[in-house]
Design a protein around this ligand. Sequence first.
Ligand SMILES: *Cc1c(COP(=O)(O)O)cnc(C)c1O
Length: 392
Amino acid sequence: MSLPDKFGHFGEFGGKYVPETLMAVLEELETTFTKARHDKKFKDEFAHYLKEYAGRPTNLYLAKRLSSHFKHLKVYLKREDLLHTGAHKINNTLGQIILAKRMGKTRIIAETGAGQHGVATATAAALFGLKCEIYMGEEDIHRQSLNVFRMKLMGAKVVPVTSGSKTLKDAMNEAIRDWVTNVNDTFYIIGSVAGPHPYPLMVREFQSVIGLEARKQFVMKEKKLPDYLVACVGGGSNAMGLFHAFFNDKKVKIVGVEAAGHGLASGQHSAAVCAGETGVLHGSKSKLLQTADGQIKIAHSIAAGLDYPGVGPEHSYYKSIGRADYIGVTDKEAIEGLKLLSQSEGIIPALETSHAIGYLSKLDAKVKGKASVIVCLSGRGDKDVNTMKDLI
Ligand SMILES: *Cc1c(COP(=O)(O)O)cnc(C)c1O
């Protein structure tokens, strides 16, 4: 069975919890996407930009010196950090902007936390000559001034959001508000496998190139399938991008790594699958961090891209059927991962990605015999060096 169903449900999760004014535009988007998905012209155009502009396929790199730090693991890195703009996010923004153009939209909006999705959206908008406005929490604007400057340099307008905690979830609220008022000419590019149907499906589809490539590359090199897949989970798009192609390979074990911040017991974390409850946020039903009376809790992670109180509905579904395990890695463990990869391979990962690396020592302690692992190296660490300087 291929999910979601036609209402956007992955088991009990997903759906479309939006104001009436957005129902028509979501249906229009769904119709356009469904057609495009099977249309050779769309597929060719998307593939063209992924290859010629973003730099696909990315390498599947055997990290020998990193592996030698572990007793049981042979680690391959899927190098999404080598893409244009430095992370997997560009896969999705290119896909959505081609759809926007097909729908005749002239204005692009997006939300951003760390600024990576904002940068990837501003990049795609500049490439296609479309007007672009990025909603960003005031707190994040201060923390990520370099990315704000990059967006402006590419011609995007950055709109400061001063409501709530002045971070990602508030930026997403404002972007949805803008969309409701400007649906006629505006396309909203969501940055992860979250939001109302068809976004979780659409973003998964655009990111699934990660897993399709990795599966083929691994089989070429090893003549078998990997034992484990590991990826960090914020909203969950780089993880779902890797996992999806292996869903039916039941022997391949799947691990999503969430940000445990100061520890799950501290309450200061972003681990929605590990420690959240079912609820509705930003248009879909999924696991999320909320108080007993349903107010959204403030998430915490050292990595701004993981600092989100919800998670894409398909991850909640994977968890509910036992297809994947979700594990928390703390800020401290992520920093260990960051140092380990930088010093063993000369690859400085993003703080988000460092959570996936930080998990490997836990996995090594659990595994018996030898196990091969593909880690999604979702992004490079250049954007984080200022934060890192205060941590290391
Ligand atoms: C945004 C980001 C993430 C988190 O987003 P997902 O949708 O969970 O993939 C992870 N890694 C990097 C490098 C990012 O920029």
